[in-house]
Design a protein around this ligand. Structure first.
Ligand code: ADP
Ligand code: ADP
Length: 225
């Protein structure tokens, strides 16, 4: 089974109101195991909406979301939350790290919340920081890190609980081109090493070209770029 299958997803906001906006109009997407898919579209096209639906943070008006072959349509919230916590990692444009905790603790806390023992969680956190080249920053709070380092920690946090699917919404959108390149390289290396699948929304066509497949969101449907 594919890791993610979106089948003819429909989504409108403010339905029935004068400001109704029909964002997704039959968007379909299949992501195979180990595949990294680029999602390219202008701002406002619906990338965040699509990623939120794929990550079970939002529900479509119509269409089906299958994760690992399991149809999540109409599943109770409890089950959706569990699958989201265990199976999906998110990275956003802004890091959303907890400011009062160290980089390492930001990776440990989600693992503790998932039932991991502290020693194991710390070892895994340290290993993740090491794999993106910032092992020495483990004890620093987010504010003491550079923008590129903050995003690397955010990538590590997304992977802390060993998800099968990574969803990233402009993960390097706040960074200068060189830093953006480095963070992207670290992200894709980590995704490749763990055999994870990823959907990465980006405006950056050079970065998109380095992924396995490029899609654009156009008038509410996905097409090859
Ligand atoms: P993108 O991520 O491509 O910038 P979004 O998915 O954030 O696009 O938004 C797509 C469109 O839907 C935009 O016009 C946005 O303003 C609108 N939108 C997004 N979320 C909501 C919401 N909760 N309520 C109303 N409109 C929304
Ligand atoms: P991004 O830059 O990642 O696309 P946005 O700033 O568009 O994110 O949206 C941030 C949050 O606000 C999202 O959860 C989105 O659903 C919501 N949102 C976006 N546009 C609107 C809108 N016009 N009305 C209400 N909520 C919105």
């Amino acid at each position: 089974d594919p890791v993610l299958h979106l089948d003819r997803i429909e989504k409108a906001y403010n339905r029935g109101l004068p400001n109704e906006i029909h964002v997704l109009r039959g968007a379909s997407l299949t992501v195979a195991r180990g595949e990294i898919v680029a999602l390219v579209a202008p701002s406002g096209a619906g990338k965040s909406t699509l990623l939120h639906i794929a990550g079970l943070l939002d529900t479509p008006d119509a269409g089906r979301v299958l994760i690992g072959g399991e149809d999540m349509t109409g599943k109770p919230d409890r089950q959706r939350t569990r699958l989201r916590r265990d199976g999906v990692g998110f990275v956003y444009q802004f890091h959303h790290l907890l400011p009062e905790f160290s980089a390492l603790e930001n990776l440990v806390l989600p693992q503790l919340a998932n039932g991991a023992p502290r020693t194991e969680a710390e070892a895994r956190g340290q290993e993740l920081l090491d794999s993106v080249g910032i092992a020495k920053r483990a004890s620093h709070r987010p504010a003491a890190l550079s923008g590129g380092e903050q995003q690397r920690v955010a990538v590590c946090r997304a992977l802390a609980n060993r998800p099968r699917l990574l969803l990233a919404d402009e993960p390097t959108g706040n960074l200068d081109p060189e830093t953006s390149d480095q963070v992207f390289a670290a992200l894709t290396a980590l995704v490749r090493d763990t055999g994870l699948s990823a959907v990465i929304a980006t405006h950056n066509l050079d970065l998109a070209a380095r992924m396995d497949r490029q899609l654009r969101l156009d008038q509410g449907v996905l097409r090859a770029l």
